[in-house]
Design a protein around this ligand. Structure first.
Ligand code: ARG
Length: 462
């Protein structure tokens, strides 16, 4: 099946495209999401053309006004997108022509869809960096609130998911504040690097028109124009960097989500997730499922998939633009939607969740979690080498395990049976509160350290 040749580029074509060709070629089904950026870019381009005397002021004004009409049609849903017009760029231009007539045809002077799409997409991804940073900051604030109220709530710290040493709830929350701050840093770095403008590179070689690329770069909030026209139209590093940052961030969210799934189980009971972020079961009335956490845990799958997908599209592409690059957008759109949803859901869950202080404490006190404190005490009080202290403590743990009790429940006599030098001062270090309070090294879990970190972060985020 054929249609008549394309109005935008059909000069040398006698026939229109096959229906399958139209289907594989069109990007309007997804790149309509770039409408606002496309119109912003075109308005800047038209203003620059007029300032340079390439376009009359009258035509530029008609174009700039007409583009606003197109934008409002798109935003109100009144716009009729056409697959025959391939993409957002030609859809907008064709509609502009219908509204303002002949001057619309002058807008595409000194540019190409190649620099146009590179500019639009960069603007879109730049916005997503900002959105991610904003969402992550909100999540950090939710974590800070949790950390502040539970700065001295004792919980078990794990290695290998085995009880290791007591830590504080606040300290655990603050670990995620740190992780997320690195994510924010990665989005900020990517944003700074991507903030150069491809517009004016035209198809690939630049243009013979006396354009002012600094002016368009400025108008669109870029730091400067990209310095090489071939690079400008063929670069998708900005999308890859965004996806890479998003992938690491999604990995962090997935780890936290996994902890929430474990912690909210009946076996742990460390946290209670709110009704707002859980669901029930249609068959088991007792169930409260942590679906939001599970879905956040899973989002890394499609975000990493998008990252691998775009790297695979880009590898081996010769300079400059190839149509392969049209396959950049859907993956980034999906990854960005997934990431923003995951961040928002996590923020809501963290704001709503209540830590079960008693369960945390009971769990912290079991599993010989203060064995390291005991070993440290043997070093400090009795002058034992750490290796020997480790051995003595191991024997005491074995004794407690055989008796079915925890370390503080052993009698002094029983302890002295293992090492005669032990005095009853040892009981001072076997409590979980003493344990966490003693971890005062910088970055340690002592409540005072946690409060200091909370205060530092409050200042940073203020
Ligand atoms: N829809 C295209 C894309 O997303 C726009 C650029 C098309 N350029 C071209 N020479 N056909 O990549």
């Amino acid at each position: 099946m054929t249609s008549t040749s394309n109005a935008m580029w059909g000069g040398r074509f006698a026939d229109g495209p096959d229906a399958i060709m139209e289907a594989i070629n069109a990007s309007i089904g997804f790149d309509r999401r770039l409408a606002r950026q496309d119109i912003e870019g075109s308005r800047a381009h038209a203003a620059m053309l007029a300032a340079q005397g390439i376009l009359s002021t009258k035509d530029a004004e008609a174009i700039r006004e007409g583009l606003l009409t197109v934008l409002s049609e798109i935003e109100t849903g009144a716009f009729a997108f056409s697959t025959a017009l391939e993409d957002i760029h030609m859809n907008v231009e064709a509609r502009l022509k219908a509204i303002i007539g002949e001057p619309a045809g002058r807008l595409h002077t000194a540019r190409s869809r190649n620099d146009q799409v590179a500019t639009d997409f960069r603007l879109w991804v730049r916005d997503q960096c900002d959105a991610a940073m904003e969402g992550l900051t909100a999540l950090q604030l939710a974590l800070l609130d949790q950390a502040e109220s539970g700065a001295d709530w004792v919980m078990p710290g794990f290695t290998h998911l085995q009880t290791a040493q007591p830590v504080t709830w606040g300290h655990h929350m603050m670990a995620y504040v740190e992780m997320l701050s690195r994510d924010i840093g990665r989005f900020a770095d990517a944003r700074a690097r991507m903030n150069e403008c491809p517009l004016g590179a035209a198809a690939l070689a630049g243009t013979s028109f006396p354009i002012d690329r600094h002016a368009t770069a400025d108008a669109l909030g870029f730091d400067r124009p990209m310095a090489n026209s071939l690079d400008a139209v063929s670069d998708r590093d900005f999308a890859l960097e965004y996806l890479s940052a998003a992938t690491i961030c999604a990995m962090h969210l997935s780890r936290f989500a996994e902890e929430l799934v474990i912690w909210s189980s009946a076996q742990f009971r460390f946290v209670r997730l709110s009704d707002r972020f859980t669901t029930g079961s249609s068959i088991m009335p007792q169930k409260k499922n942590p679906d939001a956490a599970e879905l956040i845990r899973a989002k890394i799958g499609r975000i990493l998939g998008a990252t691998v997908g775009l790297f695979t599209v880009m590898k081996g592409l010769p300079l400059a633009y190839s149509k392969d690059m049209q396959e950049d957008k859907e993956q980034v759109f999906d990854a960005a939607d997934s990431l923003m949803l995951a961040i928002a859901a996590m923020e809501g869950m963290v704001r709503d969740m209540t830590a079960n202080r008693d369960s945390l404490r009971a769990a912290a006190a079991s599993g010989f979690s203060t064995a390291t404190d005991l070993a440290d005490w043997l070093v400090r009080a009795l002058g034992l080498p750490f290796r020997e202290a480790h051995h003595v403590t191991g024997s005491l743990v074995a004794l407690a395990e055989a008796k079915g009790c925890d370390l503080p429940e052993l009698s002094l006599a029983e302890m002295q049976g293992v090492h005669s030098g032990i005095t009853d001062a040892v009981f001072g270090v076997l409590g979980v509160d003493n344990s966490v309070a003693s971890r005062t090294s910088y970055g340690g879990t002592a409540p005072d350290q946690v409060r200091a970190q909370v205060a530092r972060w409050r200042e940073i985020l203020a």
